[in-house]
Design a protein around this ligand. Structure first.
Ligand code: SF4
Length: 448
């Protein structure tokens, strides 16, 4: 039994690999090859991929980055702005729409239907109803999302009002994702969250009233101050809310966070160790299972009796094309990874000059695409050999045989000729297992 006292002091002076030995690994893998290998010299390749007709049969989605938040959470490592006024937000949304308009004229995009749209951040729900309506009108005129299977919109409870929730639904959003993270006000405050529990409960009736196809709520296992008692209460409350989908991430402390800065300045921050966080996630999964949920991925449980697909996630993990619009956004078109500049002023000025604000890219080869999908799909808890045979003409059981065997011996997964299935132990530390599948050139390298 692990108690709340079993905590380790995070030491920012240790390297990532030492941290792994101490805590069992902490890399969150969202793409491959690692971002540190993407280069400015590849921007031309990205542009030429955008100006080429799409690869047959591949789908297309749109990711929109809204980089504003009311307050910076102390564990946040995203590019967010907490100081922009309404006029600056207006300018940003104007060029964001312009970026999508520019994309819509390119050969890789023209006439292609969108399978999904994802409003991420930052906090998309931070923007006003007027801003949202104006943005959506322009986006829809540039690129139709009539037939899209899913439109997701991330929300922070304290930024919502009844009229905003109605406007979000009116924009065509089908999947609303609510960043609750924790119900305990002391923990929310300690971790620098902008909202408190009363704002969560205030927003729920509005969300319920307008009826989204799917509501997802996010929790973080292991925020500073979390104990077994507070965590059990979080899980109980989330089950009471009865959402279609529950996503639980394990708390991380990357270097560019307020917490790490506090530590560097001589402060003290206590975060539960990785085993405790895994135990908390496993406990939540088990309680959710008893309440009628089933595993959808290493992070997400969904209602068993409803159709709860997550089109954005599954499409990305199957190599879909994605237009990444917004400052620092990531995209993938015709086998080329690309990312926009992270500079606010450069992003705005480049688009005002009528150019795409791309900053770096990476042209993937067939093996890298295979590895990318193989590792991302492991996060589903189950990988099908038939899928890879059909798409890549490769027997992945043979291709990754040694790695699968090594992980099987460690109790992380089981496999046969058709399927690889992660055990509960493997599922709750899946990100730590994935570097095993990297090509030699990308091992032991910086991820971002
Ligand atoms: S709400 Fe999300 S994006 Fe905004 S500061 Fe907090 S963690 Fe970062």
């Amino acid at each position: 039994m692990i108690s709340s006292e079993d905590k380790v002091r995070f030491d920012p002076a240790t390297s990532r690999s030492e941290l792994k030995q101490t805590e069992g690994g902490s890399v969150f893998v969202s793409n491959y090859p690692p971002f540190s290998f993407w280069k400015e010299e590849e921007v031309d390749s990205a542009l030429s991929a955008l100006n080429t007709a799409p690869v047959a049969d591949n789908t297309l989605g749109l990711y929109l980055h809204i980089p504003f938040c009311r307050k910076r959470c102390k564990f946040c490592y995203y590019l967010v702005h907490t100081d922009k006024n309404s006029e600056q937000i207006d300018s940003y949304l104007d060029v964001l729409a312009r970026e999508v308009e520019l994309y819509s004229e390119l050969q890789s995009v023209q006439g292609r239907p969108l399978k999904f749209v994802y409003f991420g951040g930052g906090t998309p729900s931070y923007i006003s109803v007027n801003h949202l309506e104006k943005l959506v009108t322009r986006l829809k005129a540039a690129i139709s999302w009539e037939g899209a299977e899913e439109i997701t919109f991330e929300c922070e409870p304290g930024t919502l009002s009844q009229s905003k929730v109605e406007a979000i639904r009116q924009a065509g959003v089908t999947r609303l994702s609510l960043g609750i993270q924790n119900f305990d006000d002391d923990i929310l405050q300690e971790n620098g969250r902008a909202h408190l529990s009363k704002e969560i409960y205030k927003s729920l009736p509005w969300i319920e009233q307008v009826r989204f196809d799917q509501v997802n709520v996010d929790l973080i296992a292991g925020m500073v101050g979390e104990t077994w008692a507070t965590w059990k209460d979080n899980v109980k409350r989330v089950i009471e809310l009865d959402p279609e989908s529950v996503t639980i991430y394990q708390m991380e402390l990357p270097f560019n966070t307020v917490y790490v800065k506090e530590l560097r300045d001589g402060g003290s921050v206590h975060v539960a160790d990785w085993q405790t966080k895994r135990d908390w996630q496993a406990y939540a999964f088990s309680e959710l299972k008893s309440a009628g949920y089933e595993i959808s991925s290493a992070y997400t449980m969904v209602k068993k009796d409803k159709e709860c697909r997550f089109v954005y996630r599954d499409s990305v993990w199957q190599g879909t094309d994605v237009l990444g619009a917004g400052v620092a956004s990531f995209g993938h078109i015709n086998h080329v990874h690309m990312q926009n500049t992270a500079s606010w002023s450069q992003y705005i000025e480049t688009l005002k000059a009528g150019k795409l604000p791309l900053n770096r890219g990476y042209t993937t080869n067939a093996n890298e695409r295979l590895v990318r999908e193989a590792i991302l799909q492991m996060k589903l808890g189950r990988v099908s050999a038939a899928y890879f045979k059909q798409k890549f003409d490769t027997d992945i059981i043979q291709h990754f045989g040694q790695s699968y065997e090594k992980l099987r011996r460690e109790g992380m997964l089981i496999f046969d000729r058709e399927t690889v299935e992660l055990t509960e132990k493997g599922l709750h530390q899946v990100d730590q297992l994935l570097p095993e599948f990297y090509s030699e050139a990308f091992r032991n390298s910086r991820y971002t």
